[in-house]
Ligand binder design. Structure first.
Ligand code: UDP
Length: 496
């Protein structure tokens, strides 16, 4: 039965280009469209290219009402996420400027959208969508890719103003108001907490983003209540009940092709990965991947491979980054790495079909940088994590995984000092972890023993809970219903 315009919800998504934000927003758009919502995804043509086939498939196969609105903008400078972390400081202003430049074309197109949009679900970086929302009298809901724990940490630090009284990036402090004791330094928090961050333009953009975040109608969170119940509850209260956990959104990808095609074009055929994994014992393979844009120096990358090798376990090793592989190729060839590891190690240079790989029963552990998407995808796979955070909110995610959930093992004990700060200041991140530490952590996770078995059991149980949360009657499915009802009430209220 067709819905009248009064009943029909229409959500406008405006994702930013970083894969860690874009991928979950596309999944989220599909999930809402599956519930009968009309979705318009607003982006620029260069970005649309990256996910158009995903949307075409969802529309063609599932008959979903997802539309793409491509904004024409004058300049398309390479952004923060196009070239890895190189030149990050000089790129960061371009990134904020290019995000701001979308406001005018967005608002011009917005007034033509039909049916009238019910809300804007905006990436946190587009602070100006708060003005659009006021102008068009609809709610603005923020998405920033964080889970509840890191969102609550962020909220409590800002509200306690603790970060202002601490001058050093390496001084440990306890985050106030949390259900668990989490100790952190400013250097291990997202960059806007760092003391050294003194560029006025960047500070101004961050101030606007935080302000628009605080005053937004609500927050959409890619997480599920059973994963972090105390954090979800406290955060929901802090946001006057306007925080909705609707994940893990990656679970909307059921078919092999959907699991394989997320984000950039994979540099290996998904079926080749599956065939390789089919030849391995259940829970025997370590998958190592460090997200979508964290660059390491070739010598450091090499240490990871050597550590995986000396652990004795089969592994899939993703060497990501900006696509400059000549130096690492040289190291690998000189070392005869491929020869030594033939059949036991699969090396992927570039983009891996991560969710497809993780969903295979042969995967027994995930060496991750603790980006929130990867963390959740590891949780969904029901495998223990080996944690190696590098910046942003990843140290907070590590705390959740290792100390609170007890499903992870740190690759090295806290010898990193102010890493996040370094990643902003230096041309390349230097993490200085060693082959031996990778080997030790892999063995700890994979060798079993009572502690290892308990960890694996907890991980498996959380994986089951994740799937249940997304099914009809599950907590995230229910939260989506609540959100849609909320939008319906808002719409009815604004007509009165
Ligand atoms: N990803 C992928 N293949 C890769 C690298 C990353 O599919 O080779 C995906 C991964 O599944 C996740 C996202 O990219 O959905 C990375 O997000 P995350 O929050 O883990 O890290 P970020 O890249 O934002 O630091």
């Amino acid at each position: 039965m067709a819905l009248s315009e009064d009943q029909q919800l229409h959500f406008v998504f405006i994702p930013q280009k970083g894969q860690g934000h874009l991928i979950p927003m596309i999944d989220m758009a599909k999930l809402f469209a599956q519930r009968g919502v009309i979705v318009t995804i607003v982006t620029v043509p260069s970005e649309a290219e990256k996910f158009k086939s995903v949307i075409d498939r969802a529309v063609g196969r599932g008959g979903l009402q997802i539309r793409l609105l491509q904004l024409e903008v004058a300049s398309a400078k390479p952004g923060l996420f196009d070239n890895g972390h190189d030149k990050i400081v000089s790129q960061i202003k371009d990134f904020f400027n290019s995000a701001a430049s979308l406001q005018q074309p967005f608002e011009q197109s917005f007034r033509k959208l039909q049916p009238t949009p019910s809300c804007i679900i905006s990436d946190i970086v587009f602070y100006w969508t708060s003005e659009t929302a006021i102008r068009f009298r609809i709610p603005r809901v923020v998405f920033d890719g964080f889970g509840c724990c890191s969102r609550l940490c962020h909220h409590n630090i800002l509200h306690s103003r603790l970060h202002r009284s601490i001058t050093s990036d390496s001084e440990p402090f306890i985050i106030p108001g949390l259900p668990d004791e989490i100790e952190i330094t400013k250097g291990k928090l997202p960059m806007h907490f760092h003391s050294h961050n003194s560029d006025d333009e960047i500070k101004d953009a961050i101030h606007r983003i935080n302000k628009a975040d605080e005053t937004a109608y609500g927050v959409m969170i890619n997480s599920f209540r059973e994963l972090e119940p105390n954090y979800a509850e406290l955060y929901r209260k802090a946001k006057n009940n306007k925080a909705w956990c609707i994940g893990p959104v990656s679970l909307c990808n059921k078919e092999t092709v959907d699991k394989a095609e997320r984000g950039n074009k994979a540099s290996i055929d998904g079926n080749q990965c599956l065939k390789w994994l089919d030849s391995k014992e259940p829970s025997s393979v370590v998958y190592a991947c460090f997200g979508s844009f964290w660059n390491l120096a070739p010598s450091e990358i090499m240490e990871i491979g050597l550590g995986l090798e000396s652990s004795g376990y089969p592994f899939i090793w993703v060497i990501g980054g900006g696509g400059e592989y000549s130096e690492i190729d040289k190291l690998l060839t000189e070392d005869r790495f491929a020869e030594r590891n033939e059949g036991r190690g699969l090396v992927i240079k570039g983009w891996a079909p991560q969710v497809l790989i993780l969903s295979h029963r042969a995967i027994g552990g995930f060496l991750t940088h603790c980006g929130w998407n990867s963390t959740l995808e590891g949780v969904c796979a029901g495998v223990p994590l080996l944690t190696w955070p590098m910046g942003a909110e990843q140290f907070l995610n590590e705390n959740l995984v290792v100390r609170v959930l007890k499903i992870g093992v740190k690759v090295a004990e806290d010898e990193v000092d102010g890493d996040g700060a370094k990643c902003m200041e230096e041309e390349r991140m230097r993490v200085g972890k060693k082959k031996d530490e990778v080997e030790k952590a892999v063995k700890k996770v994979m060798d079993g023993g009572e502690e290892g078995e308990e960890r694996r059991k907890r991980a498996r149980e959380l994986g089951e809970k994740a799937k249940k949360a997304m099914e009809e009657g599950g907590s995230s499915h229910f939260n989506m219903t609540l959100f849609m009802q909320d939008m319906m009430h808002y719409k009815a209220g604004s007509r009165e």
